[in-house]
Design a protein around this ligand. Structure first.
Ligand SMILES: NC(=O)C1=CN([C@@H]2O[C@H](COP(=O)(O)OP(=O)(O)OC[C@H]3O[C@@H](n4cnc5c(N)ncnc54)[C@H](O)[C@@H]3O)[C@@H](O)[C@H]2O)C=CC1
Ligand SMILES: O=C1[C@@H](O)[C@H](O)[C@@H](O)[C@H](O)[C@H]1O
Length: 337
């Protein structure tokens, strides 16, 4: 491993390009040694802006380059499994954007491959675990002052969806964040999912039932609801209120500047996740780089990726079958205990 960690960023779209900028300008102890995209022009345009960075179209070729010590995967979910397995072939540390893979069977294959290596290599990009508000909420709940958590009310709103966004993606790409925050905040597993749908909003693109109302049951007896509303038009909002025996705690209301002016009171709403979670992504990537340079793996593991995928699978079935679906999960392997 080089003194400055040489990172190959795979996928240079919205998230990948932002992570390239982050590693190049914000993160310490790392540099972008390679970028990979099936769109060769896009990869070259990005590589040309960074000294010592080479563009590739094949992830495995980039991973074979001597300058590459670690891999950040930001290609679309269906491409993650192949990239993860290629990284394992070279025993390279990986930060993989969520979802780890888009279904439980492929996530299980990744989990098995990591176990064959005999040590953890993967951190999953559940960046809300690095958000200052979520961290304060986690520490309040862990302190026990509010008593046992009984319910969580989440709101997850996007201004609009990209073309081709499907009902399954609403669960696998969007609500997957609430699956992870629920498991992490409550330290409980999700045992069943129910999905209810109002009459779709007039903003919903053809074929997408938006918004939806997703309910989780947990093994600790808590109920968690999520309003997922991804074409709300007015901006990007992520809010959570935890109702406990001795009080409630709420985040995501005032993540902005509040102003009083000309008979009006209010603040602004972030346009998208890149802005709302900028500091969380910065902390996530810095934490990954620091741990990798120490030879450690920290943060959300492949097991967390698998657990979320198992809940996603139940969620998509609950959505299509219109009933409560229990979550089916394997026992947690020793590597992840
Ligand atoms: N943590 C978060 O808040 C967010 C995470 N994501 C995740 O980041 C990942 C990427 O999402 P976006 O940047 O929105 O997608 P995007 O569609 O903007 O970019 C994907 C890029 O990957 C390239 N690509 C496709 N297949 C490839 C392959 N096999 N090898 C290399 N490059 C390939 C595409 O040409 C494109 O440039 C997804 O896993 C997504 O779920 C996306 C948005 C927010
Ligand atoms: O991960 C993300 C996107 O993939 C997803 O499409 C959005 O709904 C989420 O808010 C965002 O955080």
């Amino acid at each position: 491993m080089h003194n400055t960690l040489g990172v190959a960023v795979i996928g240079t779209g919205r998230m990948g390009a932002d992570h390239v900028r982050r590693i190049d300008e914000v993160t310490s102890g790392a540099r972008v040694a390679a970028v990979v995209d099936i769109d060769a022009d896009r990869a070259k345009r990005i590589a040309d802006r960074i000294e010592g960075c080479t563009a590739y179209t094949d992830p495995a070729a980039a991973m074979a380059a001597p300058a590459v010590d670690a891999v950040l995967i930001a290609s679309p979910g269906p491409a993650h499994e192949a990239a993860l397995l290629a990284a394992f072939e070279r025993d390279l540390p990986v930060l993989c954007e969520k979802p780890l893979t888009p279904d439980a069977a492929s996530t299980l294959r990744v989990l098995e491959a990591e176990q064959r290596l005999g040590h953890r290599r993967v951190q999953v990009g559940f960046m809300r675990r690095y958000d200052a508000e979520y961290l304060r909420l986690k520490s309040l709940l862990a302190g026990g002052e509010l008593g046992r958590p009984l319910m969580v009310h989440n709101r997850h709103r996007n201004a609009s969806t990209p073309p081709g966004f499907t009902n399954a993606m609403l669960i696998n790409d969007s609500v997957v964040h609430e699956m992870d925050t629920t498991r992490w905040l409550l330290d409980q597993e999700i045992t069943a999912v129910t999905v209810l749908r109002p009459t779709p909003s007039g903003n919903a693109p053809e074929g997408l039932d938006d918004p939806q109302f997703v309910i989780f049951e947990t093994d600790g007896g808590a109920l968690v609801d999520t309003e997922i509303n991804v074409n709300c038009r007015f901006g990007y909002q992520v809010q959570a209120e935890v109702v406990c025996e001795r009080g409630t705690a709420r985040i995501g209301e005032a993540h902005s500047l509040l102003t009083n002016t000309e008979g009006r009171w209010g603040g602004s709403i972030a346009p998208d996740f890149v802005e709302r979670f900028e500091e969380a992504y910065d902390r996530e990537v810095q934490s990954w780089v620091n741990a990798t340079r120490r030879g450690e793996v920290v943060g959300p593991s492949a097991w967390d990726g698998y657990a979320a995928a198992a809940v996603c699978e139940a969620g998509v079935r609950a959505q299509t079958e219109g009933r409560r679906v229990p979550v089916e999960m394997i026992e947690r392997p020793a590597l992840y205990r």
